[in-house]
Ligand binder design. Structure first.
Ligand SMILES: CC(C)(COP(=O)(O)OP(=O)(O)OC[C@H]1O[C@@H](n2cnc3c(N)ncnc32)[C@H](O)[C@@H]1OP(=O)(O)O)[C@@H](O)C(=O)NCCC(=O)NCCS
Length: 172
């Protein structure tokens, strides 16, 4: 299956999207377009098949954010000034379950990292952060995301990926 990843467009078919998670389905169907084009709080990229370029098979959403320096364990912020840390939030990522396990998740996160690196080259940005479902922590760890210790013990696990790690991996 040849897939393409590109920015979400207004005519994209999202109504049949089903990743098995209501919140992630609902975001794509109800909020992604508005958040991207009308209120500028998140940009979504979608994976589509070359032969059916409107049906969305997967997506991710990125936004700029910042967190207090103290929110990170000391070992990760040693040497940094006492400012809030600028970062990119990987706010959402999901693949339609009918297309899971075929590498689309890999293609989407790889593109999210490439976009983040381009942004970080232009605008100061220390790391990428995501709030991973507990049962997906292992999946994100494959890409170098590290759990932030001391975060809440229930609910999503906050994880981060240092931009220097991304730079080293993608510029190798
Ligand atoms: C997580 C998700 C994006 C992965 O997408 P995908 O297209 O199935 O992923 P890929 O095909 O690229 O990767 C599958 C690989 O990850 C592995 N994997 C899947 N879940 C894993 C987990 N929890 N921990 C570690 N590895 C995992 C698979 O074994 C497979 O390994 P392989 O490449 O060695 O065969 C997808 O399952 C999904 O959308 N789930 C529902 C929504 C969700 O949980 N989103 C994340 C929110 S935090």
């Amino acid at each position: 299956m040849a897939s393409v990843i590109r920015r979400l467009e207004e005519d994209d078919e999202v109504e049949n999207f089903d990743c098995g998670d209501d919140a992630l389905n609902n975001y794509l169907k109800r909020h992604a377009w508005t958040n991207q084009e009308k209120i500028s709080i998140g940009v979504s990229n979608v994976a589509v098949e070359e032969g059916a370029p409107r049906a969305v098979l997967g997506y991710f959403t990125l936004a700029m954010s910042s967190v207090p320096r103290d929110a990170f364990p000391k070992k990760h912020v040693r040497g940094l000034p006492p400012y809030d840390l600028p970062l990119i939030l990987l706010a959402r990522l999901a693949v339609d379950r009918r297309f899971a396990g075929r590498g689309l998740g890999h293609a989407l996160i790889s593109e999210a990292l490439r976009i983040s690196l381009r942004a970080a080259d232009e605008v100061g940005c220390r790391c990428i952060v995501t709030d991973a479902y507990r049962d997906r922590v292992g999946w994100y760890a494959r890409y170098g995301f590290v759990p932030i210790e001391g975060a809440a013990e229930t609910g999503p696990q906050r994880m981060f990926l240092d931009m220097r790690t991304v730079r080293a991996a993608l510029r190798r």
